[in-house]
Write a protein that binds this ligand. Structure first.
Ligand SMILES: Nc1ncnc2c1ncn2[C@@H]1O[C@H](COP(=O)(O)OP(=O)(O)OP(=O)(O)O)[C@@H](O)[C@H]1O
Length: 522
C-alpha cells in the first residue's frame, strides 16, 4: 500500500488529465496509450480505484458531450460568410468602372458592409460559445480530474490500517522532489518567456506589414483626384466645350498640366445635345469613344485648362433620379434578387419609398423583351449569380431595363446592345425615345444612325489625336422628303431619252419640208 501511496502522485493526476484531454481530442475513441495507461494504473489502484476511474471517464465524457457546440457547422457557416464577403470585394474591384458609371458606390458599400457585419457577428458569436465551452472543458478536465486523483490517492488511506509514519517519511522526501520540480518549472518558464519574445518579434513584423498596406490604401485614397465639379446647364442641354480627352497621366489621376497634343485622344471637342436631339458617337476601335463617355460621366477630368467645360442638365429636385445615366460596355450584374438587377443602383427600400410597383417592372421587361424571366427564374425575389445565369444578350437588355426604370433625361449608351439583334435593338431605341430619354449612343453599327439627329465621327490619326467631325443626320420626315425629291428627279431623268428622240424627229421634219426652224429664222 505504501508503494501505492508513492506511485499515485500529483504528476500522475496531471498525466490523467492530459491523457483524457487527448482522449477527448480524438473524438472520445479510446487510444492505445490510454488503455495501457489505465491498465498500468489499475494494478496500483485495485478494483475499486479502477471502477472509480472509469466512472470519472464516463462522467467527463458525458459532461463535455453535453456542452460541446456544433463546431463543425459553425466553421462551415463562417467559411460561407467569409466567401460571400471576399467574393463581393473581388466583384467591386474587378468591375469598378461599371460601378462608377452607374454611380453605384453607395449601393456596393451597403452590400459589402452587410456581408462584413454578418461575418463579424458570426465570428463573435463563435468566440462567445468557445469561451463558455473552453471554460467548462478546463474546469471539468483540470478540477474534476484533480479531485478524482486526490480521491484515488486517499483510497489506501481510507481503506487500510497501515502505519502513517511511512507516509510522513515519504512526505519529507516528496517535499525535496517538489522543490526540485518547482525549480525546473521556473527555469522552463524563463525559457518560455524568451521564446514568447521571439514570437512577439514575428508578430511585430506582421503588424508592420499590415500597417504599411493600410498606409498605402489610405494615402492612395487621399491622393485620388477630386471628382470634377459638375456644371449645370439650366436649359437642360448637355454641353461640351473645348475639351481635350486624355488618359489621366499620373498616379494621382490629376489631369496632366503638361497635357501635350500627343497625349490627348481627342482634342478641342465641342458639341451640344439638346433634349430630344440624339447624338451618336462612332469611330474605329480604340479611337477614344469610351474615353469621351468617361469625361461625360465625370470619371475623367476634361482637359484643356480653363477653356474646357462639361455642362450637364440639373438632377431632379428629389435627387432620386439622375439627369444622366450611363450604361457601360460590359454589362454589370449586382449581387441580389432579380428585382435588384432592374432597379440598380437603387435599393429595395428606395424602390418602395418611390412608390414604384412590380407592375411597372413587368412593363419594363416587356419593352426589353424579357417578360419570361421572373417565371423562368422563380420570381422577382430569387437570388442567383446573375452574371452566370443570364446570357450576354439578356444581360445587355437588363442593362437597358435600368434606363427604362430610372427614366433619366440623358442616357449614355456605350455599345451596350452589341449582342442584341438589330430589330430588337431598334425597337428598344424607339421605346426609349418615346418615354423622353435623349440618347448619346456610342456604337460601330451604322444601322443605329437613323435613331439619332447628330453624328460625331472620330477618325484615327497616326500623327496625333483623333480627328472629329460633327454632322447632322436629319429627322425621318426630312429623309422622306429628300427621298421623294430624288424619286421625282429620277422619273424625270427617265423621260430624257424620249424627249431627245422627239427633238431629233422635229429637226428631221424641218429639214425635209423646207420649214426653217425658229433658230434659223432669227
Ligand atoms: N485607363 C487607361 N489607361 C491607359 N490607356 C487607356 C486607358 N483607357 C483607355 N486607354 C487607351 O485609350 C484608347 C481609347 O480607348 P477607348 O476605350 O476610349 O476606345 P474605344 O474607341 O471605346 O474602343 P472600342 O470601340 O474598342 O470600345 C485605347 O488605345 C486604350 O488602350
Amino acid at each position: 500500500m505504501t508503494c501505492t501511496f508513492h506511485l499515485i502522485r500529483r504528476h500522475d493526476v496531471d498525466a490523467w488529465a492530459g491523457s483524457l484531454s487527448g482522449l477527448y481530442g480524438n473524438l472520445l475513441k479510446p487510444s492505445l496509450d490510454i488503455i495501457l495507461f489505465t491498465s498500468q494504473l489499475s494494478r496500483s489502484l485495485g478494483v475499486r480505484g479502477t471502477i472509480l476511474l472509469f466512472l470519472n471517464y464516463y462522467a467527463t465524457v458525458r459532461i463535455l458531450r453535453a456542452v460541446t457546440p456544433a463546431f463543425g457547422r459553425l466553421a462551415a457557416v463562417e467559411a460561407r460568410l467569409e466567401g460571400e464577403y471576399r467574393r463581393g470585394v473581388g466583384r467591386v474591384g474587378r468591375e469598378s468602372e461599371e460601378v462608377a458609371f452607374y454611380d453605384g458606390g453607395g449601393r456596393e458599400k451597403d452590400i459589402l458592409s452587410r456581408a462584413y457585419l454578418r461575418l463579424i457577428r458570426h465570428v463573435n458569436s463563435i468566440y462567445k460559445i468557445r469561451i463558455a465551452y473552453e471554460w467548462t472543458e478546463d474546469y471539468v478536465i483540470k478540477y474534476l480530474w484533480s479531485a478524482a486523483g486526490y480521491g484515488l490517492i486517499a483510497v489506501p488511506l481510507l481503506f487500510t490500517r497501515t502505519k502513517r509514519s511511512l507516509g510522513v517519511q515519504s512526505d519529507s522526501s516528496e517535499a525535496g522532489r517538489n522543490r526540485a520540480r518547482d525549480d525546473a518549472v521556473a527555469g522552463r518558464t524563463e525559457a518560455d518567456a524568451g521564446g514568447r519574445l521571439m514570437y512577439a518579434y514575428k508578430d511585430l513584423l506582421e503588424l508592420a506589414g499590415l500597417t504599411t498596406r493600410l498606409y498605402t490604401l489610405i494615402s492612395t485614397l487621399h491622393n485620388l483626384p477630386r471628382t470634377p465639379e459638375g456644371q449645370v446647364n439650366i436649359d437642360g442641354s448637355f454641353e461640351v466645350r473645348n475639351v481635350d480627352v486624355a488618359i489621366p497621366s499620373n498616379s494621382s489621376g490629376e489631369a496632366s498640366a503638361s497635357s501635350t497634343p500627343t497625349s490627348a485622344l481627342v482634342q478641342d471637342l465641342s458639341f451640344v445635345v439638346r433634349p430630344n436631339e440624339h447624338l451618336m458617337i462612332t469611330g474605329s476601335n480604340g479611337v477614344g469613344k469610351t474615353a469621351i463617355a468617361r469625361v461625360l460621366a465625370g470619371l475623367w477630368s476634361p482637359q484643356n485648362g480653363a477653356f474646357a467645360s462639361v455642362h450637364t442638365p440639373p438632377n431632379a429636385h428629389d435627387h432620386m433620379e439622375p439627369s444622366v445615366f450611363v450604361v457601360p460596355q460590359r454589362a454589370y450584374m449586382v449581387s441580389g434578387s432579380l428585382l435588384d438587377q432592374i432597379i440598380y443602383p437603387h435599393t429595395y427600400p428606395e424602390f418602395v419609398k418611390a412608390s414604384r410597383t412590380v407592375d411597372e417592372l413587368e412593363d419594363i421587361l416587356e419593352k426589353v423583351f424579357l417578360t419570361y424571366l421572373p417565371e423562368r427564374e422563380g420570381g422577382w425575389m430569387t437570388k442567383k449569380e446573375w452574371r452566370d445565369v443570364l446570357s450576354g444578350g439578356e444581360k445587355q437588355r437588363m442593362s437597358l431595363a435600368r434606363v427604362f426604370y430610372h427614366r433619366p433625361k440623358f442616357a449614355i449608351l456605350d455599345e451596350c446592345t452589341s449582342a442584341v439583334s438589330s430589330d430588337v435593338e431598334g425597337r428598344m431605341y424607339e421605346s426609349l425615345k418615346a418615354i423622353g430619354v435623349t440618347l448619346i449612343t456610342i456604337s460601330l453599327r451604322p444601322s443605329l444612325t437613323k435613331y439619332h439627329t447628330q453624328l460625331l465621327t472620330l477618325n484615327l490619326d497616326s500623327s496625333g489625336p483623333a480627328q472629329w467631325m460633327l454632322s447632322r443626320v436629319g429627322t425621318a420626315e426630312e429623309r422622306m422628303e429628300i427621298n421623294r425629291e430624288i424619286k421625282n428627279l429620277e422619273e424625270r431623268l427617265a423621260d430624257v431619252e424620249s424627249w431627245e428622240a422627239r427633238v431629233k424627229e422635229l429637226d428631221e421634219l424641218l429639214s425635209a419640208g423646207g420649214i426653217s426652224s425658229s433658230a434659223d429664222t432669227t
